[in-house]
Design a protein around this ligand. Sequence first.
Ligand code: BG6
Length: 459
Amino acid sequence: MSLPKNFYWGGSASSFQAEGAWDEGGKGLSIYDVRPTDPRFSDWKVGIDFYHRYKEDIGWLKKMGCNFYRFSIAWARVIPNGDDEPNEEGLQFYDNVINELIANGITPMICMYHFDTPNHLEKEYNGFASRYVVDCFERYARLIMTRYGDRVKHWMTFNEQNLHSMGLIYSNAERVPEGVDPTKFLYQVNHNVFLAHCKAVKVLREVAPDAQICGMIAATPSYPETCCPDDVNFALRCNDYLNYFHASVFANGKYPEYMVRYLTKHGWMPDFEEGDDEILSNTVDYLAFSYYQSQTVKAQDFDQQLPPAAVAGMGGIKNPYVQYNEWGWAKDAVGLRTLMHEMYYRFGKPIFILENGVGCREELPEDGSLVQDDERIEYHKNHIIQMKKAIEEDGVNCLGYITWGPIDILSSHCEMAKRYGFVFVNRTEKDLRDLRRVPKKSFYWVQKVFGSNGEELDG
Ligand code: BG6
């Protein structure tokens, strides 16, 4: 058996980690442009300068053998304050990116929001805490779906949407008002983001009915530390609260009963307004996720006044059966197979792996030889082997395997030293050097893998 002929292989990146040009072309500020970064790391101003080098980078993607690329639109580039008039220059930039991808035989996917709320909407309205911002998102959806829907047939709304219910770590656009229970607030913001997602789904059905749209989560499967029934039950509930709650709303159009009971019991059920149930009923075409690692947990008490992510974190322990990268992320390829099986058979929708990869510290050798990124090759190889088992042996319907940051970009914490790419970008945290693109050893490996539709996996 082999993978379907139309299987997607490719890469993905976000606007704020790649584009740079933070104040060019009429772009407004996003929350990332004003947020201080760790002084040891970079800032977001230049990224890898994709804004000016997109043609070259798309050329690298093509040489790599990608037939799919997922990029995000910076909301503040196309609507500078998030709620004002569209910025034609910003819209034109994404027209150019889309046209260049298509001209190179690469199917584009738009991610509408990758943590980068326009700063104005954060400052004035407290981000998605406000239903006004939900309406702004709908307007933004209409603008870009109408503009690009003729050429872009794959859409996703929020990157890793389940992070909105995990302590505002990434979204960071919302401040807990004084006197409000932070967890209740968290679930209200999370609810509003569900509404924004569903409204965007509805808009796409109207303006580009032949296009497809997904919901996307950061999927981190939880394993029990032992076969003690309490550990097993705790891991199951971690999976429900952290991963499958969101997938369930995307696929079934309503909150799963376990979540309603859990949130109600703790007084965290968000306020539903009239019409919310109807909005939530706009379901997706497929379910997408990022997968980097699994986590291992031991039983804790979910009845504490803490969001589930915090409780799960308290039970988090090292798994002796897997290896970890320098940043402590578990490298667990079999976890991908388990997750794919679970995601597909729980909801019966096609699935799509939209991020996978491993962060490694690398230097460009001075003698001109290749960066020897064998750790990366091994990581992807193992994950592709397990993905193929999920598809070929377990019967999972999976649209494709999309890697994260195929050309090095800044990490989510703005750390350039944590690289994911098959192509090295010549800059450090503080020194932009020449931003030259240089293929690594893995580049030639991935070329063979993508070119053979996953058949040639040996280096
Ligand atoms: C995902 C995000 O969580 O993981 C990306 O969608 C992020 O924005 C990626 O870059 C890898 O994480 P990190 O922290 O290593 O960059």
